[in-house]
Design a protein around this ligand. Structure first.
Ligand code: ADP
Ligand code: MG
Length: 308
């Protein structure tokens, strides 16, 4: 069967919307979609592109490509504290392969449905494989978590564990739970939502903790002290690398899509979450001061991934 553009949209992307976190007035099929932002809320918008051989190795399955493309966008919404509502999908494909599109669509809608996020439009073009998603979230007015509001004295936290995704990118033969951290990152939507009104600043960790925390420090005009042996590393990771290598992966490898956020001391009691670890604090001195619990200085060697 040869698939034209219309067939592709109808067969693989124009799915009945099971449940959406916010109102859709007009979905796929017209020149553009129409949505309604709930009263007393703001719209949070982000976009991210995934390019074959840059963001994922060429052997990646269509399911995982779709899952990751959506996950990294939802992760940006999580880092703002927003609730995802709608997404658009611009897909550039070298060819219209039915099996590939079926797997891609399954990966996409598995994650989209999990977070009640509706696909409301997009575009299809022919060319080297590339996926661009725009995600729209909603948040009560004024409550978005930004990078520019970390305050001196705030404690710095990260969610879950870091470094697994970095290892998964280096080796293909690892247990599935480590590989999944790279190929199917879990956007931290639920934690992001709970941080509204508690965290002063937040970011998702896509380029490594050092680089991403660096963005908070720069935008907030503050510094930070991080105790590197408090950075949470998974048991699975430590079966394959030393603590030293784990710390290095966490600080520099990226692709974890966990959250890093800062909380003032008077809000600590509201945080109350088993999935977060305190790794340091915001300081007046600019720059990132990395050391061990015993006071020994940590030397950071590589910086986060940069495209140019
Ligand atoms: P136009 O030419 O007016 O831009 P298209 O023919 O590109 O419209 O798309 C027709 C409809 O299908 C539009 O509503 C568009 O948003 C939707 N659409 C196109 N590609 C996708 C896709 N990959 N996923 C979801 N919706 C899509
Ligand atoms: Mg049109």
């Amino acid at each position: 069967m040869t698939l034209n553009e219309f067939d592709i949209i109808q067969t693989f992307f124009n799915k009945p919307i099971t449940k959406s976190n916010a109102n859709i007035i007009l979905g796929i099929g017209d020149d553009a979609a129409i949505v309604a932002v709930p009263e007393h809320h703001e719209l949070v918008i982000t976009t991210d592109t995934l390019v074959a051989n840059v963001h994922f190795p060429s052997h990646t399955s269509a399911y995982d490509i779709a899952y990751k493309a959506l996950a990294v966008n939802l992760s940006d919404l999580a880092a703002m504290g927003a609730t995802p509502a709608w997404v658009t999908l611009a897909l550039t494909l070298p060819e219209a392969n039915e099996q590939w599109l079926t797997d891609f669509s399954n990966g996409f809608f598995t994650l989209a449905n999990h977070f009640h996020t509706a696909l409301i439009g997009g575009d299809i073009t022919r060319g080297p494989l590339s996926i661009t998603i725009q995600a729209h979230g909603i948040i009560p007015k004024g409550l978005a978590l930004r990078r520019d509001n970390a305050q001196v004295g705030d404690l710095i936290f990260v969610t879950h564990t870091l470094g697994d995704a970095g290892l998964a990118l280096q080796h293909q033969t690892l247990p599935q739970n480590i590989l999944d951290k790279f190929y199917r990152p879990e956007p931290q939507i639920v934690i992001g939502e709970k941080l509204r009104g508690i965290a002063n600043a937040a970011i998702d960790i896509s380029d490594g903790l050092a680089a991403d925390l660096g963005h908070i420090l720069e935008k907030s005009h503050v510094g930070a002290e991080i105790i590197v042996d408090k950075i949470p590393l998974s048991h699975s990771l430590l079966e394959f690398v030393s603590i030293e290598q784990g710390i290095q992966l966490a600080l520099t490898a990226g692709d974890d899509y966990e959250l890093c956020f800062t909380v003032p001391e008077n809000k600590l009691s509201q945080l109350n979450n088993n999935h977060v670890t305190c790794i340091g604090k915001i300081t007046k001195n600019s720059g990132l001061d990395l050391h061990y619990q015993n006071g020994k200085k940590y030397d950071l060697k590589i910086h986060g991934y940069q495209h140019f």
